[in-house]
Design a binder for this molecule. Sequence first.
Ligand code: ADP
Length: 452
Amino acid sequence: MLPVIPVYWYLCFMKLKIKYLIWGCTLAILALTAIQGYFIYNTFILKQRETETAVRAELIKMEEHMNIDKLRDAWFEQVENMVRENRHSEINALTRNDSAAISRQVSDYINHNQVLDQYHTAYEVVIQNAVLIDKHSGYKLVLKNKRWFNNGKRLNEPQIIHDLTASDDTAAGPMVRDFNTRSSFSINDWQQNILGQMIGLLVFSALLLAFVILLFYFSIRALITQKKITDMQTDFINNITHEFNTPLATLSVAVSTVKSQPELNTNRIISNSVQVIERQHIRLKKLIDQVMTHTAGSQQLILKKEMVPMEHFLQKIITDFKAANPGAELIERLQCEPVSIAIDQFHLTTAIGNMLENGVKYGGTQLIIITTMEGAFYQIAISDNGIGMVKEELEHIFGKFYRIEKGDIHTVKGLGLGLFYSRQLVTAHGGRIGVQSVYGKGTTFTITLPLT
Ligand code: ADP
């Protein structure tokens, strides 16, 4: 059964949905990238600080190990002795060059220390300011920013470990001394080093991001494909419905011609068949008009209700169904009391027709239609002995475009709109639609309509 489809609104919704979805996905990916970038940057900074702290601690340990204070004292004492003994040329030689012996010692230490070596640590101690005045001779030695010792590596962006100050300016002594040193270090190539440590995290993040982008890409592509198929379906429905109009108009003329023949009244079989043809012709015409109306944008269900004797109404449906499905047995147990209800005959015929046809479509060979009065309600139950459905599917089958895809069902063609539309129609009548089914045994649909 071809139901009336509110395709137009559905397509508009899909179009908007896809547009917003693409925007949403792009924003989500950008946000995700920003958050990931922020976390990676933070980890990077944290690692940098950790490295600096570790290197600084190792260098302090080294200075303690070398006893740098003692070295300072020894150096100054040596210079003092030279001053006292007027060995001025030796003083010049001592102060002109870096202290090679200490430098070698430092370099050895750093090369053999795992942390310091790993980060290519550069280390040096600078005499910031050294003053030595011999009060007796008036000799004065002044040194400023003179490198004392280092491990042979150039300092990039040096960081201070500490400044050491010593002064001895006692008026009683023969010498005035002032000695300030600064030890500094730098971690060379730390960026590459830390990036190397974080390579696993970076690769994992990049893969995760690529995976999310791919996921979005394929989802949107699937949606666009689905939309294209729906567009094609709508085009097809539009074209086909227009194409149907000409043969239908011809059929209408032919039916009128046959009906006007006086011999028609003498042959009951032909007369009955012409009635069936005429009813089905009117029905087909209305269906096509509805499809066209709905694809053109009007979704509203307008019921044309009239008081209809239900037994007579159902008998027409049963006759037409039997004519169309001679292979299926349809048993009818219509309740005897005559009942008339205000219904839209056309729409309700569609709903009941859907259920009868589903019964045959989904494996039923015997169908039973039973009508009963339940208080203020009139109930129509349509049972079949077909393939039935599992309990979990029952809440979904009235959904738009829902089809059960399991088992061998997909060989049966359909749009998944029949029951969706049937429920809308019954609800518009103020009624309810229900279903009971046993997998492998059969299904019963019930339509409950209020009497008033
Ligand atoms: P369609 O028949 O076009 O797929 P319907 O909305 O009429 O769409 O039905 C939705 C689904 O419910 C069907 O795909 C089918 O799997 C299931 N179904 C409907 N009626 C029956 C029935 N009588 N017996 C078994 N399954 C049914």
